[in-house]
Design a protein around this ligand. Sequence first.
Ligand SMILES: NC(=O)c1ccc[n+]([C@@H]2O[C@H](COP(=O)([O-])OP(=O)(O)OC[C@H]3O[C@@H](n4cnc5c(N)ncnc54)[C@H](O)[C@@H]3O)[C@@H](O)[C@H]2O)c1
Length: 276
Amino acid sequence: MSYNLLNGKKGIIFGALDSKSIAWKIAEKAHDEGAVFTLSNTPVALRFGEIQLLSEKCNAEVIPADATNVSDLEKVFTRTMELFGGKIDFVLHSIGMSMNVRKGRDYDDLDYDFFLKTIDVSALSFHKMLQVARKLDAINDWGSVLALSYIAAQRTLVGYNDMADAKALLESIARSFGYIYGRDKHIRINTISQSPTRTTAGSAIKGMDGLVDFTDRMSPLGNATAEECADFSIVLFSDLSRKVTMQNIYHDGGFSSMAMSLRAMTQYNKSLDEQS
Ligand SMILES: NC(=O)c1ccc[n+]([C@@H]2O[C@H](COP(=O)([O-])OP(=O)(O)OC[C@H]3O[C@@H](n4cnc5c(N)ncnc54)[C@H](O)[C@@H]3O)[C@@H](O)[C@H]2O)c1
């Protein structure tokens, strides 16, 4: 069902790799809601992913860019403005990668070159995107910029590794840049802290299946799906959320406010009984 919430809005969506990607679902919904946008991902992702399918479906040009490379980002913003004949209204940063996670390096045995790469790809790229957009004056007043985060920024979850530090920085950048961009241009910057979701990046996390099951059982509303994340992202891109900025908003079925559920307590007591 479409509400035309993004009618007339123009944007850039970074990070759609395949149909499981959260950015993919957001692109589909943004298209349904009347937005026009370009898509961007790394040249490697464009070769191995399925982005051409999404591009055809949404009638969206694909612009290759490594989001850690400022001149690549300048090209994405410049080309998008050229295509749409002016400034844009929304930007999605849906990018994350850790070589330490990929290579199975534990948090007390990190490779520091990998760690710097994690920070650069998963957090600094957000700052670079915002700085490029601001210097090019690429975003309309009251525009909306969104990045995707995870609760490991606040709480320790086994297996999330150096991505936790990257997410903490990502959320801090949303606040720090949100102040400047809000003050000067009324542009809002937020992060959505999404439930664990089975995607390519998500599946790289050690113990992902157990984590998905645990958070689903612990959340009163159950885990939020990628489609539900897309719905919420549309609201944050729309004019219905004009005064929401510098926030990290949990989209997790209530998990972030839980400590112990009836179900978990019952299971815990049962395991104690079994031991005695
Ligand atoms: N899947 C989850 O459980 C979950 C939960 C909370 C937040 N997130 C966040 O959601 C975002 C999207 O991840 P996803 O789960 O949809 O997985 P995904 O693997 O589909 O998306 C990650 C994207 O990052 C892109 N990317 C990696 N390096 C890049 C670079 N240098 N330049 C540009 N793009 C680059 C990849 O090509 C890919 O498209 C990430 O920030 C992730 O941390 C995911």
